[in-house]
Design a protein around this ligand. Structure first.
Ligand SMILES: [Zn+2]
Length: 226
């Protein structure tokens, strides 16, 4: 009986500890850096702990349809670009206007953005919203900043529409409110990531992040830190 009680206690401890451990790991960031698993395709995980190989550039980048673009950085991987255009077309039927503000960025561009952010806001603050080069999801060609890169965007009908419908087109809200400790980034209502319909629907239905999805499917192969 005592044994059973101890076993139950251990079980409770293990399972109540794991979210904290996950949160800690990502809050600190840039501590245990592994190479991002590029063989994961559209499910690739890039964050403060997963860095893209030097000079990584997807080989199927295409321009976003002109009608849905207002940004200088207008490239996405083919599948993501086509899904984005479909989403914009569907949104328009609900009188919702969506457009690309910023999509693919090379590591050179990311380096400039990060350095600017550090100069403007200091390192600690910059780390909350700007990625170091090689750690930006924008470099995967699967990520897009939609409409306005401003927190006020979170209160618009466009943001509400995206929150509710993006998964049907394979997109997820990548840095949701309340998940900052897991993603390592503050809430960004404009930043969407393409993962395909199946993963997006699962993530939407379970209200989780891509980090948690990877923990669940256990498909992320962590390689030796560099
Ligand atoms: Zn973004």
């Amino acid at each position: 009986m005592m044994k059973l009680f101890l076993l139950c206690l251990l079980y409770i401890q293990v399972f109540s500890l794991s979210p904290d451990t996950l949160a800690k790991q990502h809050t600190d960031g840039y501590v245990n850096i592994a190479e991002a698993d590029t063989s994961a395709g559209i499910l690739i995980l890039v964050n403060k702990d997963h860095k893209l190989p030097e000079g990584y550039r997807p080989d199927d980048l295409v321009p976003i349809e002109e009608a849905y673009n207002r940004g200088a950085m207008n490239l996405l991987r083919k599948e993501a670009a086509s899904a984005f255009a479909n989403m914009c077309r569907r949104a328009a039927k609900d009188s919702i206007t969506l457009w690309n503000r910023s999509a693919y960025r090379s590591d050179t561009v990311q380096q400039e953005l990060f350095e600017n952010a550090v100069m403007r806001r200091g390192l600690k603050s910059a780390e909350q919203f700007s990625a170091r080069p090689g750690h930006s999801e924008h470099q995967t060609g699967l990520t897009i900043d939609i409409n306005n890169v401003h927190y006020s965007f979170g209160n618009t009908p466009e943001a509400a529409w995206l929150k509710e419908h993006a998964h049907r087109f394979g997109y997820i809200e990548r840095y949701p409110q309340g998940k900052e400790n897991i993603t390592g980034y503050q809430y960004e209502p404009w930043h969407y990531r393409y993962v395909g319909k199946k993963a997006a629907t699962y993530i939407y239905q379970h209200k989780i992040t891509l980090e948690e999805y990877h923990e669940i499917i256990g498909k992320q192969t962590r390689k030796t830190s560099r």
